[in-house]
Structure formats: C-alpha cells, structure tokens
Ligand binder design. Structure first.
Ligand code: GDP
Ligand code: MG
Length: 370
C-alpha cells in the first residue's frame, strides 16, 4: 500500500494512537489519526518505535528491497560492463578469449583463469573493464526481460569477410531497444577476403553510422587471431565508458544480477553474480530471486577467494539454499528472516502465476472444444 491511516498504523504496531501522532508532529507532520501518511513516513515511524516492517503485499515486498536513492556525494566511478554480440561465427568467443588471454593472463603467476561467466581486464591506460563472458542474444534479452539490465556497452562483432547478417541486425535492435551504446568491432581483418568498407556501408542501412563514415559509433578493425586492434578496441570501450560517467555507491548493501548459476556437485548451488551497486561481503545475508542465503565464500574471476566485491565486479557466490536463474536480482537484507520471507513470497507468487496460467489454458481448451 502506498498510504496508511495513522490509526491503522498505531493499531498494527500495538502502540497508542496519540503517541504515533505525537511522533509524527515531532517529525514536522501535522496529521490526525484519521489521516493517511505515505509508506516512507510510515516506515520511519515504525523504526522510531523500534518495530520491524511486516510485509504482506507485493508492493510491501518491493518496498524492502526498493532502490534506496544514493546521494551524489556517495557515488564513485565504476567499471563499465560490456556484452559482445553479433552473428554466429563472426568471432564473439574468439574475441572474448583473445582479450582475456592477452590482458588477464599477462603478469599473473600460473596464468590459468577460471571460467565464471564474466571477467575483468585492465587497459594499458589503466581503465578496468568488466566483460560478460556469456555472449548471445538470448542471454541479453532474457536478462532484460527479468529486469536485470547488466550491460553498459555492446560490442557488435561483424566479420569483415561476411558483413552484416541476420543476427547482426538482431543485435543492433537489442542494443537500440536497451538504449545501450554500441562499438563496432570489424573482425577477421587477417583474412584476405576482408572488406571492412562493406561492413560499414552495410551498417548504414541499419542506421548504424560509424566514425569512419562520419557518424558517432566507434568502429575498430580487429583480428582475434593475430591480436590486431584489440588494444584499440579496449581503449574505444574505455572512451565510451568515460562518456557514460558510470557511477555506483560502494558503501551500501549490495545489489547484483545473476549472470549464471548451477548446482555444483562439490560446492552446492553456485551463482556468478555481477555486483551492480554496493559491496557484497562474506557473511552477508541475501535474497536472490526465489532463493536466499548467506555468503559463505566469494571467488573472483581468477579463482581466488575474496572477502568482498564492489560495483561491476563479477564473483562466484557460495552459500545459497537453492539455484537461482540467470537474470535474477540479488539483494542483501538485514536479517535472514527477511531474506527467507521475500524468497518464499516470490516462490508462492510464481506458483500462483503458474497455476493461473494453467487454469487459463484449460479454460481456453474447454472453450475451443465447446
Ligand atoms: P562466435 O560464434 O561469434 O562465437 O565465433 P567464434 O569465436 O566461435 O569464431 C568462429 C570461427 O571464426 C572460428 O573458427 C574462429 O577460429 C574463427 N575466427 C574468429 N575470429 C577470427 C579472426 O580474427 N580471424 C580468422 N581468420 N578467423 C577467426
Ligand atoms: Mg561463440
């Protein structure tokens, strides 16, 4: 509910109405017991009286985990999150691997990186970039449809020997719909048949005007095989990120999105989470989709155990009671009871929805038969 009667609020807290009215007056609100106050004010009063908010309805659940607006002075720059898209076989995986091998392994003892669905690299000029290692349009759109917008920048890969293909167009449409800026990587430049100009003119027809055609979309010629242009691509991303002025508040309860999750034989349910705001720490209690848990361990993209993960950092999270789904949102809560309550509420809501959908089909089938 967006508003509540003062008398009703007092009643629910089992406090005297006059005390609640007095408290409201002290907050500068002149109201009588028969007037309503908004949910935020109610929450303050509830806390003032040392009670906990009990959530009964959908909007109450969302209230608990609603975005607490960050003050400007609390915001700090965060790395951009990049998704690579493009037509099949144009080299998405090859580019992701080439970037990781060139930038991550260098300077790291051992050099073997673990696959956790996302990784961070540093450009030569020192900008940290977070790559989602789950290329594919399905992942991008299903995340978006689940309310998790995790991508800040799309790198559109187009093979120079093949130019624009159906899934290239699909990727352009996804990026446009999500309002995410694009950078074009013209790949396979090492091939004799490479024709980057054809790529650029093809793109024009889809209203993607690259810089080489006097447009605003950065385009970089690359080869995942020879490594040509990859550093330039990273710097182009860093430049785009600078323009976006991406920020987050590391000093708050963490919120993140599940990139992928699975049930691991030895470790139980494991989710790779991209922290989007706040800092996730070992010991934090959280709800994630219909699951909840307490962070038992955090493992970074290099396979190392870490104590915490800040904004735009991908980490594996151990300590879940069940396996969430990609695109599920993770929120740290204050108490385990709260986390469990929200998880159970969502589970029930999902069941109800499925049941309603089931009933609808049965009804539809009946109508068709009649
Ligand atoms: P994806 O489907 O977009 O992930 O494409 P892949 O990364 O799997 O690449 C498809 C094929 O193109 C593979 O055989 C790669 O070895 C090859 N390939 C990718 N990048 C390059 C490149 O820069 N040059 C050449 N010659 N081949 C490439
Ligand atoms: Mg691939």
């Amino acid at each position: 509910p967006e508003a509540i009667l003062v008398s009703e609020l007092a009643n629910r807290m089992a406090e005297r109405v006059s005390d609640v009215v007095k408290s409201l007056m002290q907050m500068g609100m002149m109201v009588t017991q028969n007037q309503t106050i908004d949910a935020d004010t109610a929450e303050l009063i509830i806390e003032e009286f040392g009670h906990k908010v009990t959530r009964v309805s959908d909007s109450d659940v969302e209230d608990v985990i609603k975005e607490v607006e960050d003050k400007d002075e609390d915001l700090q720059p965060r790395p951009p999150v990049i998704t690579i898209m493009g037509h099949v076989d144009h080299g998405k995986t090859s580019i992701l691997d080439a970037i990781r091998n060139a930038r991550v392994v260098a300077g790291e003892a051992g050099g073997i990186t673990q696959h956790i669905g996302a990784y961070q690299v540093k450009t030569e000029s020192g900008t940290v970039l977070s790559f989602l290692d789950t290329p594919g349009h399905a992942a991008f759109t299903s995340m978006r449809s689940r309310g998790a917008q995790v991508t800040d920048i799309v790198v559109l890969v187009v093979a120079a020997d093949d130019a624009v293909m159906p899934q290239t167009v699909e990727a352009i449409n996804h990026a446009k719909a999500a309002n995410v800026p694009m950078i074009v990587a013209i790949n396979k430049m090492d091939k004799p048949a490479a024709d980057p100009m054809k790529v650029r003119t093809d793109l024009l027809q889809h209203e993607v005007i690259v810089e080489a055609m006097s447009g605003e979309v950065q385009d970089v010629e690359v080869s995942a095989h020879t490594g040509q242009g990859l550093e330039e691509l990273l710097e182009a991303i860093a430049l785009q990120a600078e323009i976006l002025e991406l920020k987050a508040n590391p000093d708050r309860a963490a919120q993140g999105a599940v990139i992928e999750a699975q049930l691991d034989v030895g470790r139980g349910p494991v989710a790779t989470v991209l922290v989007q705001n706040g800092t996730l720490r070992q010991g934090d209690i959280f709800v994630v989709g219909e699951q909840y848990g307490k962070v038992r361990a955090l493992i970074n993209d290099k396979g190392e155990r870490v104590k915490e993960a800040g904004p735009s950092v991908p980490v594996e999270v151990l300590g879940l009671n069940g396996t969430p789904e990609a695109g599920d949102v993770l929120n740290v809560t204050e108490t385990e009871a709260q986390a469990r309550e929200i998880a159970e509420y969502r589970e029930q809501a999902a069941k109800d929805k499925r049941a309603a959908a089931g009933a609808a089909t049965t009804l539809e089938q009946l109508m068709q038969k009649a």
